[in-house]
Design a protein around this ligand. Structure first.
Ligand code: 5GP
Length: 184
């Protein structure tokens, strides 16, 4: 039975918002807290939004084999710690991973039974508008993320499920249907 749900897609597409809505609707789901070397944004808390690690600590944990997957994204490292998954998977608790495309590929190789959903924007200009509008990244960072987004969008056909996040309510409905069908 599918117990690991990978939600991927470009930065700014609304993965976080969709996952929050998904978890309200399906409260048995638990979210894997990723590790990153990026600096916390205003309001982000260590251990809640991310495990914020120094570069040395991240590299040490990579060498120790602590990650299920890890990837470099826009100049920083991000990864899923085994400790976020193993106990939950063993206990049959469904876990959601919010990760970028390279990490999703690594999870696909390591756990082919995981369900993977690609969240796509209606268009690249719409993605730019959202990235600028959310105001979390400066102009240079927005451009870095849009460059990566073009490559990520090209990976869309690799994914069994694609949800276009045009209207949030519709996208949430579709995502909830995919996940609840797999849980049943
Ligand atoms: P942000 O800096 O906006 O929080 O995240 C940047 C990108 O890294 C997003 O696409 C996000 O989904 C992705 N990401 C977050 N956590 C992980 C992780 O554990 N592994 C991978 N591969 N990507 C992650």
């Amino acid at each position: 039975m599918a117990r690991v749900f990978v939600i991927t897609g470009p930065s700014g597409v609304g993965k976080g918002t969709l996952i929050r809505g998904l978890m309200e609707r399906l409260p048995d789901l638990e979210l894997s807290v990723s590790a990153t070397t990026r600096e916390p944004r205003a309001g982000e808390r260590d251990g809640v939004d991310y495990h914020f690690l120094s570069r040395d600590e991240f590299d040490r944990r990579v060498a120790a084999g602590d990650f299920v997957e890890h990837a470099d994204y826009a100049g920083r490292s991000y990864g899923t710690l085994r400790s976020e998954l193993e106990d939950r998977v063993a206990a049959g608790v469904p876990v959601v991973l919010e990760i970028e495309v390279q990490g999703a590929r690594q999870v696909r190789a390591a756990m082919p039974e995981a369900v993977q959903v690609f969240i796509a924007p209606p268009s690249l200009p719409a993605l730019r508008t959202r990235l600028v509008g959310r105001g979390t990244d400066d102009a240079a960072e927005v451009e870095r993320r849009l460059q990566v987004a073009e490559q990520e969008l090209a990976a869309q056909p690799e994914f069994g499920h694609v949800v276009v996040n045009d209207r949030l309510d519709d996208a949430l409905e579709q995502l909830t249907t995919v996940v609840s069908d797999e849980l049943d």
